[in-house]
Design a protein around this ligand. Structure first.
Ligand code: ADP
Ligand code: MG
Length: 245
């Protein structure tokens, strides 16, 4: 996907500036956004996904100018898959219904086509036996895999993940990261906000470092991790590596 950000700024009220004048113009297929807590990673991801509007600046996705007008955004969001830290599944619905219902009501699938698509994905993610369970009968890892299945079910143009593993135990983290990595084989582009540096380094082609209201570094993951240029990024990485996390 192509992302072009021109002088993009976001503030929440007068004295709460999150970032300012971000310029970015790149093609990415798998991008990790890293940076300290509170640096604006989620805010930036939500703007890219049309869930929040910037305070000023312009954004183009795949050469299309994004207008941030609510009517425009409603159809824009339909072409994007989202996965957040907490699965956000409907608690009163079974796993399969969580995938099917949005396909029917938001994406105009027939009942039969929605059922087929949901079953296909549950099978692919090793969740067939969980199809008729409700979220409270599933582990955190299973819930996240279902929310990934739900996100990719309507064949979105790209996927946005906001710390999809940060609420999970380590063994579940691996199974969720494995699935995201699998998506690469199918050429589904994605952007992931993550603290999993191993995943950012080895499973994402590009990395962007956001800190102190600026996009301070961007490049090929291997290069950025091996040879960080920005001092704040060096500090950020060495702090994490001190405990090997
Ligand atoms: P990150 O994801 O990097 O931890 P966020 O994008 O969540 O950072 O937040 C960036 C900053 O914006 C934080 O200081 C946060 O408190 C603030 N912020 C985020 N959302 C809102 C909001 N809806 N209203 C006011 N401030 C917000
Ligand atoms: Mg965040």
């Amino acid at each position: 996907m192509k992302i072009k950000l021109l002088e993009l700024s976001k503030n929440f009220g007068e004295n709460k500036e999150v970032f300012s004048n971000i310029n970015f113009n790149e093609s990415v297929d798998s991008l990790a956004i890293i940076g300290p807590s509170g640096s604006g990673k989620s805010t930036l991801l939500k703007i890219i996904g049309g869930l929040l509007s910037p305070s000023s600046g312009k954004m183009y996705i795949d050469d299309e100018s994004i207008s941030f007008d609510e009517n425009y955004l409603i159809s824009y969001r339909k072409k994007i898959g989202f996965v957040f830290q907490h699965s956000g599944l409907f608690k009163h619905m079974t796993a399969i219904d969580n995938i099917k219902i949005p396909l029917i009501h938001v994406h105009n699938y027939s009942e039969k086509k929605a059922e087929e698509r949901a079953l296909e994905l549950l099978k692919r993610f090793g969740l067939e036996r969980d199809a008729y369970k409700k979220p409270n009968e599933l582990s955190g890892g299973q819930k996240q895999r279902i929310s990934i299945a739900r996100a990719i079910a309507p064949k979105p143009n790209f996927l946005l993940f906001d710390e999809p593993t940060s609420a999970l135990d380590p063994e579940y983290t691996v199974e969720v990261l494995d699935i995201i990595n699998e998506l690469k084989k199918e050429n589904i582009d994605f952007i992931i906000v993550t603290h999993e540096m191993g995943f950012a380094r080895h499973a994402c082609n590009k990395v962007a470092f956001l800190a102190e209201g600026k996009l301070l570094e961007f490049g090929e993951s291997e290069e950025v991790f091996k040879n960080p240029k920005n001092d704040k990024l060096k500090k950020f990485l060495s702090k994490l590596l001190e405990w090997n996390i």
